[in-house]
Design a protein around this ligand. Structure first.
Ligand code: HEC
Ligand code: HEC
Ligand code: HEC
Ligand code: HEC
Ligand code: HEC
Length: 482
């Protein structure tokens, strides 16, 4: 028997049973899908966890099923033929049938592959899907657009790369979807740390920011405005001892060179930390307990290993307190600095309660205009546009930080990077956390974290020395528009 003739029945067997044909369909689909994700692999853009799971699990699985179905179908069909149940098509007809089937499958695959699937996968991975499709995430989506990470996709901080991260995210996502559909989600929705569902920063932040990088001592300059008639500007200058693994400082102390900190929390928001355990690189341990802690309760508290997000908990969608938001906008020239009592009035308007975001957008500008019309009629008559623009901007600031329907308001989500607006560093560094023998205390010395060459000064000498004082002049203070 020639090879040629032994092949014929196989092709005929294959082309004449639906099981094998299904196998062929699955195998070609897997092949095409692979081709679609291939360019992303080559470009090294495999950050998309949805595509990750496709490549790792789904495609090989489909291919395997296809490859199992083809011979299974052939074997079953051969049995049926042997039992005399079927007449096989001629080999020409079998090839033709197979050819048409292949062509059809490829066409369908191309269509589906290039359009629907790929687009859907891409779409699911964008901030539009995360932030805009789902109304409950409006606060985060809004704040994210104004943050330094506005070019970093939601999933890069919220989903660990790889298949496991994907599965976890899908499980949590399904739960959330049910809550949204049944309208049973919490308002405000719990912070990431509070719900304890945030992916560990080692798998997110540290993909972009090296833990051991030496950051040195950045200088932070903050401009504030007093609530007097002329909105007097003052500056605070801080030199932050951020450091790194080798140079110590803030980063070095908590995360550098094998240092490890575990802490226990008394509340879900992790704002009260009565117990802290520090282990240095050589394994020496120190346990710090707050003087107000009750040992019996501390034992029962949940414990967490310290990570980037314990300090940087609002790197992407940070909400400001009213005072800070107004100061920032004034120093950037987004709000006027030369309207009498502007700062004072702005804080008053932002501090009032509004029914909804629409209500705030309507009322805030109207109230600001009323104030200047009645108290400074001449000034208002000369420059009504300035007041109108300021009113609109104030409403915008309110609506970026307040979402009445979701019960998100000033201070709902505390920022732990500091100690002025919320306890932050002082959750541990309050001078009140000591080892049992009182030999060690978690430091409350201002200078271990920063020098403060100027605090709320109107014209700090340090800025003159550094030659940067002019940068602090509000953009319109020299324009003489009064
Ligand atoms: C740079 C990293 C990063 C990016 C980018 C990011 N997030 Fe977050 N997100 C976090 C961290 C960290 C938390 C935990 C905040 C906390 O516990 O205080 C969080 C928490 C949340 C929460 C829980 C509620 C809250 O505010 O704490 C939601 C919802 C959320 N993020 C949605 C989004 C959406 C939607 C996007 C994209 C538009 C996004 N995030 C982009 C880091 C990020
Ligand atoms: C996909 C990469 C990526 C990820 C993931 C990422 N970052 Fe960033 N991060 C950046 C880039 C890029 C910048 C610089 C932005 C700029 O200067 O405009 C930045 C800036 C920062 C800054 C300085 C921001 C400022 O206020 O000037 C901090 C702090 C920071 N990231 C912390 C984090 C933390 C914490 C996480 C995890 C929750 C994280 N990043 C996740 C890319 C990333
Ligand atoms: C103990 C608190 C703490 C921890 C933990 C921490 N940081 Fe920071 N980090 C700071 C402080 C404080 C600054 C100073 C910047 C500031 O005050 O705005 C800073 C600054 C930074 C900056 C910005 C530097 C710049 O260019 O201005 C980046 C980026 C950063 N941290 C990333 C990380 C990453 C990534 C991790 C985790 C590996 C981490 N941090 C862990 C407190 C912390
Ligand atoms: C969960 C508790 C905790 C929080 C929150 C925390 N720290 Fe620490 N910090 C520690 C511990 C523990 C040590 C090491 C104490 C030791 O050496 O035994 C430490 C050490 C330090 C040191 C080195 C001190 C020295 O004496 O050299 C600096 C600087 C520092 N922290 C800054 C910060 C800053 C800035 C923040 C807030 C952004 C912060 N820490 C938040 C627990 C904390
Ligand atoms: C454990 C570290 C740590 C200690 C101790 C500490 N600070 Fe700070 N401080 C910070 C951090 C972090 C910030 C936030 C910097 C930023 O704005 O990004 C900050 C911010 C400030 C600011 C600016 C506040 C503002 O309005 O923005 C002042 C003023 C200040 N600290 C004063 C002090 C004084 C005074 C002490 C001593 C009693 C002290 N700090 C102790 C870490 C510390």
């Amino acid at each position: 028997m020639s090879i040629e003739s032994s092949k014929r029945p196989v092709i005929a067997l294959l082309a004449s049973n639906w099981l094998s044909m299904l196998g062929v369909a699955l195998a070609t689909t897997a092949g095409f899908s692979w081709l679609f994700v291939l360019p992303m692999r080559v470009e090294g853009r495999m950050v998309n966890p949805y595509i990750g799971v496709l490549v790792v699990f789904v495609i090989p699985l489909v291919l395997l099923i296809g490859l199992i179905l083809i011979p299974t179908g052939i074997v079953l069909q051969a049995r049926r033929v042997r039992a005399g149940a079927r007449i096989l098509p001629s080999s020409g007809a079998a090839w033709r049938r197979l050819g048409i089937f292949f062509g059809l499958m490829s066409f369908v695959n191309l269509l589906i592959g290039s359009q629907a699937t790929y687009r859907a996968v891409q779409y699911m991975d964008t901030q539009n899907f995360c932030g805009a499709t789902c109304h409950v995430m409006t606060p985060e989506f809004t704040a994210w657009q104004h943050a330094p990470h506005s070019r970093v996709q939601c999933v890069e901080c919220h989903i660990a790369p790889g298949a496991e991260g994907f599965l976890k995210a899908k499980m949590a996502g399904t739960e959330q979807l049910v809550e949204v559909v049944t309208d049973s989600y919490k308002r405000p929705i719990p912070s990431g740390l509070e719900s304890n569902k945030l992916t560990n920063s080692a798998e997110t932040c540290e993909n972009c920011h090296a833990r051991n990088r030496d950051i040195g001592t950045p200088v932070i300059i903050e401009t504030k405005y007093k609530d007097d008639a002329s909105n007097t500007p003052t500056s605070t200058v801080l030199t932050m001892m951020v450091g790194g693994a080798n140079s110590g400082g803030i980063h070095g102390a908590h995360m550098g060179n094998g240092a490890r900190i575990v802490y226990a929390t008394a509340d879900p928001k992790r704002q009260v930390i009565p117990w802290v355990e520090y282990t240095d690189a050589s394994g020496v341990k120190r346990t710090y307990v707050s003087s107000d802690a009750k040992p019996a309760e501390v034992v029962k508290m949940p414990r967490f290993a310290m990570q980037c997000v314990d300090c940087h908990n609002r790197p992407a969608h940070s909400f400001d307190l009213a005072d800070r938001a107004v100061d920032k906008a004034m120093s950037r020239g987004e709000l006027p600095t030369d309207l009498p009592f502007f700062k004072k009035k702005a804080i008053e308007l932002l501090g009032s309660a509004y029914q909804s975001n629409e209500d705030a957008a309507k009322q805030i500008p109207v109230k600001l205009t009323q104030f200047y019309k009645s108290s400074y009629a001449d000034l208002y008559a000369r420059n009504p546009r300035k007041v109108d623009a300021a009113g609109a901007m104030l409403a915008d600031i309110y609506n970026r930080n307040n979402f009445p329907d979701l019960k998100v308001t000033w201070g709902t989500y505390p920022n732990n990077l500091g100690h002025m607006d919320s306890p932050g560093c002082f959750r541990c560094h309050d001078g009140n956390h000591a080892t049992e023998d009182s030999k060690y205390v978690i430091s409350n010395d201002c200078t271990v974290c920063h020098q403060t060459p100027a605090v709320d000064e109107t014209s700090p000498a340090i800025l003159k020395t550094l030659g940067i004082e002019t940068r602090l002049l509000p953009p319109d203070s020299t324009s003489g528009s009064k």
